[in-house]
Design a protein around this ligand. Structure first.
Ligand SMILES: [Cu+2]
Length: 239
């Protein structure tokens, strides 16, 4: 079935601006935290190097035209420091990131209260739009409805080429691959509209493969998905 591509005007695309730093929920809070830790550490290293370079330039500058610097062959303490220091810093940042991967992929543990309340949604990408299939077997196109304040576990797949699902304010990126089911987790802590876009170049309509997520109060969410049409002819990823 061919669904016509509605050509969006530049102003309509501008309305899709999404800033992950304006977090919409718990998964993005973790991503924003990591972002600022990385920016902080990177800035501290930049400042340290800049200050040291400045000190060296002034303190060891050539004072006479025939002056030669003192010749040295290695300074063990310094070399150990600039090897071990960055190793510790990078290992810490790596560990901090690794600790978030499970949560950003699967959400709260399935045996926790939050995990048990999680709502599953299937996300199916194709050139050039998204279909969302809910637990009741109904579907929506381009707009995904989620209950606010509830973890939403996504199972993603593609019917043609590689697509990428990303709504920056409510969760991490996840690929939608043909023949392979991927899993991700999104959550919006308040009702609202969140914008995203396919992030994997998937053909001529890629730029128009937008995603709108409407987070609704839970009762309104249930009423909304009950009124959607039933999904037909789609792979069953979780149903
Ligand atoms: Cu795409």
């Amino acid at each position: 079935m061919l669904v016509p591509i509605v050509l969006a005007s530049p102003s309509a695309l501008a309305a899709y601006h999404s800033d992950f730093l304006q977090s919409g929920g718990p998964p993005d809070n973790r991503i924003v935290m990591l972002f600022w830790v990385f920016v902080g550490c990177g800035s501290a290293v930049l400042l340290l190097v800049a200050v040291l370079v400045g000190i060296v330039c002034v303190r060891f500058r050539r004072r006479r035209a025939d002056e030669m610097p003192k010749q040295v062959h290695g300074v063990a303490r310094l070399e150990v420091a600039w090897t071990v220091g960055p190793m510790i810093l990078l290992a810490t940042l790596f560990g901090l990131t690794l600790a978030q991967v499970g949560y950003l992929r699967h959400g709260p543990p399935p045996n926790s209260a939050a995990g048990r309340s999680a709502v599953p949604i299937e996300v199916i990408g194709r050139q050039f739009y998204w279909t969302f299939v809910y637990g009741n077997g109904h579907e929506s196109l381009r707009t995904m409805y989620i209950p606010a304040g509830t973890p939403v576990t996504l199972a993603t797949e593609s019917l043609d080429v590689i697509h990428g699902f990303w709504v920056p304010q409510i969760g991490a990126k996840i690929d939608a691959l043909p023949g392979i089911v991927n899993h991700a987790f999104v959550e919006a802590s308040r009702p609202g509209t969140f914008n995203g876009q396919c992030y994997e170049l998937c053909g001529v309509g890629h730029a128009l493969m937008l995603i709108t997520v409407k987070a609704l109060p839970p009762a309104q969410y249930r009423a909304t998905i009950a009124k959607l049409p039933p999904a037909t002819g789609l792979p069953k990823l979780i149903r």
